[in-house]
Design a protein around this ligand. Sequence first.
Ligand SMILES: [Zn+2]
Length: 299
Amino acid sequence: MPSHGSTYCTPYRVPEKRPGSSDGTAGSFGYAPHAHALESLCRKASPAAFGMLSWPAMSVTDPNPQSLPDFTVRTNARAKHVRLRLTLEEGLVVVVPKGFNRAGIPAIVRSKQSWIRRTTERLQAQQAERPGSRDSLPERIVLPAIGRTMALEYRRTAGGTVSTREHERGRIVVSGPCGRVAEVQAALRRRFVQIAKRELEPLVWELAQAHRFVVRRVGVRTQRTRWASCSGRGTVTLNAKLLFLPPGLVRHVILHELCHTVHLNHSSRFWRLLAHYDPEYRTNDRNLRSAGRYVPAWF
Ligand SMILES: [Zn+2]
């Protein structure tokens, strides 16, 4: 059983046991927008597209240390397996358990080259489907979750820092050195966290009250790998990216988290409870797996 204070999140999928992993105590689940499990081993999916592979730790000698794709290695003390994680942002990351013999990593990467190639192509295709561009600034932003379109206005200055202001509901003014696209995008993300707090947090309280779930706190962040989460202390945390999803999916995510205030796990009792409040949860869950495409590429 998860200990008090551990976190379960709204994975956009029903988790499957991974050999060697203990989901009951791992502390969290990811419900992700671009969920797609490769070889059915991954359940944490990411709001940004990603691919993941995992298999038991082993040591292999690389017979041919040439022509490998670039990768970075990260140690994770909690990892029980070697994992390959592929995102367009970070490229290929090899996550290894503590004490793993790194000499074997090139051979592992080599043995997964066709997966790396296939996944890269798939992620690029998904990326192309997403609205907005990573290199340009949006002029309008559609927020299906709250049925509103925001118009953006840029007031450029040579120096200073980028700031945003919501003038009236529906219009955001960005001031500062707007040529620094990454800074503008970061400022917009902060602004949309504020909007999500104002617009989505009340939905959590309303649904909790209507169905008598006990929630202690509600918050909004921009998590990379989860749509939402619920802690053992009754804190529900939403991802601001939910603003870009259809309202039905947002409701589904919130109900998923609220059911975690009763069952802090993904047991059959949990799914039965969710089915009670969200009879369409299977369809919603399936749609959520590909919902990352609704999130603008720059977000
Ligand atoms: Zn969950």
